[in-house]
Design a binder for this molecule. Structure first.
Ligand code: HEM
Length: 245
């Protein structure tokens, strides 16, 4: 009979990040999709400003949570650290080859933390989230004059005689036309990245959920509940126990 063993893997910092991130992403995706379709929905300017404001407040929680995770990767538990996340390092390519070979042979190696290919996926996901947070914060400044760069943008585009602190979105009569056009040109690449980042994140989120569910169905184990309790149940020795376990 196979012996099952329980290991503590995901520390509280990682689990809180994961679930707060999921909730924020659901909110950001829903409100972001409404912003994207504002004309089709027949949204007024006030409605658009409200949607963007809600999106930005959720975005602040999302960005702070992400910042916390990036710091936690320096100080958190062994499976939360950069060395357990970033692909590369000594022996990484051998790990990949061994993982792929055993996976193809139908007996995948079990890992406490991320498997070698999972490390590439997590790194890409963190990069995408970071890109989305940075571009979102720039858009919050250029669209709504919100922190961190909103006051600086307002200073630059306020028309002569207008107090920058009183600027409101969509009130073109309050803006200096030349400075406003220059600001729109500066903003353009950020909205483009934010737009494509949205679809890339949607794509990755679907792949991530499918991968977790299929792995759990095929190999057994408890990947989903492990992210709630922190504990993984394995039926064999983990390949990464000596390094991080
Ligand atoms: C998972 C993270 C996020 C997703 C999936 C997301 C998604 C979206 C989408 C789909 C749009 C509409 C894009 C368009 O109009 O072309 C949008 C717009 C916007 N997002 Fe995000 N967003 C995220 C994070 C953030 C963050 C962290 C902030 C700021 C704190 C932010 C601020 C904004 C702003 C200000 C707009 C309005 C841009 C405009 O259309 O004028 N977003 N977002």
């Amino acid at each position: 009979m196979t012996e099952l063993k329980t290991y503590f893997v995901w520390d509280a910092g990682t689990r809180w990040f994961h679930w707060i991130n999921l909730l924020c992403m659901l909110g950001l995706i829903a409100v972001g999709a409404a912003i994207l379709n504002d004309e089709a929905i027949g949204m007024t300017n006030d409605g658009k400003i409200l949607l963007k404001t809600v999106h930005v407040w959720i975005g602040y929680i999302f960005a702070l949570n992400l910042l916390w995770r990036l710091v936690w990767a320096f100080i958190g538990g062994p499976h939360a650290r950069w060395r357990a996340i970033l692909p590369g390092g000594r022996g990484y390519m051998n790990e990949v080859r061994a993982y792929v070979a055993e996976f193809s042979a139908g007996r995948p190696r079990q890992y406490l933390g991320h498997n070698p290919l999972g490390r590439i996926a997590v790194t890409l996901l963190l990069l995408l989230l970071l890109l989305q947070a940075i571009t979102g914060l720039v858009l919050a400044g250029t669209d709504l004059f919100y922190p961190p760069i909103g006051a600086w943008i307002a200073d630059r585009i306020a028309a002569p005689g207008v107090d920058p602190a009183t600027l409101v979105p969509y009130a073109k009569e309050m803006y200096d036309t030349v400075a406003y056009d220059a600001m729109r040109a500066f903003r353009k690449p950020f909205i483009t990245i934010h737009y494509y980042g949205f679809f890339a994140l949607l794509f990755f989120a679907v792949i991530h959920v499918l991968a977790v569910v299929l792995t759990e169905l095929r190999d057994g184990g408890n990947l989903v509940s492990a992210m709630i309790s922190g504990r993984k149940v394995l039926n064999g020795p983990p390949a990464d126990q000596t390094k991080t376990g």
